[in-house]
Design a protein. Structure first.
Length: 126
């Protein structure tokens, strides 16, 4: 089902999710694709020495991690990956009833504060 969502394919089980996302002027973004897009942008702008780039590049080149991240999706609202907390809370409240069903296994919400998010491992800091 993740493959269908990743390709925005029509699939009956995904329809309620697609409708919810559309109501919020949002889109599903496969986390693997977001990582790959970040790496492509960093390569175009010459930022390959950044720890985040090194860590992300290692992630997308690891087949086990690829298998994990092609099943994880982020929601962008109006084209933005970071949006107001009230918007995130509204989305979360509408998505929660779908958790544990055939479409959403787990739901997580992250904020933009680096202190609250994973940081690159030390091996990528050099």
């Amino acid at each position: 089902m993740a493959r269908k969502a990743r390709n925005s394919e029509e699939y009956e089980a995904l329809q309620p999710l697609y409708e919810l996302i559309a109501r919020h002027e949002a889109e599903l973004v496969c986390q693997y694709d977001a990582f790959a897009g970040y790496c492509e942008q960093a390569e175009r702008t010459g930022e390959q020495n950044l720890p985040l780039y090194k860590w992300t590049k290692a992630t997308i080149e690891n087949p086990e991690k690829e298998a994990k991240y092609v099943k994880i999706f982020t929601i962008y609202v109006q084209g933005e990956e970071v949006y107001d907390k009230t918007v995130a809370e509204k989305l979360e409240s509408e998505l929660k009833p779908m958790v544990g069903g055939p479409v959403i296994e787990k739901l997580s919400k992250y904020d933009s504060n680096p202190a609250n998010n994973p940081q690159p491992p030390k091996k990528y800091l050099n």
